[in-house]
Design a protein around this ligand. Structure first.
Ligand code: FES
Length: 113
């Protein structure tokens, strides 16, 4: 199924609580996290020193902790929980078994900053 303005990036069963999934959306690396039945997407780019390692971070509830220097962020809002700044989050839709991301990623990336 297609939804205007969104593109398919994964199957929902490819994202488990124990195993986040990295996907490229255009030039942007995105990490998908699953918390119970919900999927969340963040840019894989820490606001501290721009390491792309959230896929190797520790997820506790809705908080992802960067493995480099332990800054942490809420994957729903992107706001820092510890440290400072904000990481980019993306709007998703789940349709059946498919995860769709709003396809204007570059536009989303720079909005709100
Ligand atoms: S690069 Fe993520 S906490 Fe330093």
């Amino acid at each position: 199924m297609k939804i205007e303005g969104f593109e398919r990036i994964a199957r929902i069963d490819e994202v488990t609580p124990a195993c986040p999934k990295r996907v490229m959306v255009g030039e942007c690396e995105v990490v998908l996290f699953r918390v119970e039945d919900e999927i969340f997407a963040v840019e894989n780019l820490c606001s501290h020193q721009q390491f792309s390692v959230f896929h190797q971070g520790v997820l506790d509830g809705y908080t992802i902790t960067c493995p480099m220097h332990t800054w942490s962020f809420d994957i729903r809002s992107g706001k820092a929980v510890t440290g400072s700044g904000r990481i980019k989050t993306f709007e998703l839709r789940v349709v059946g078994n498919e995860v769709l991301i709003k396809n204007s990623v570059d536009e989303q990336k720079f909005s709100g900053f």
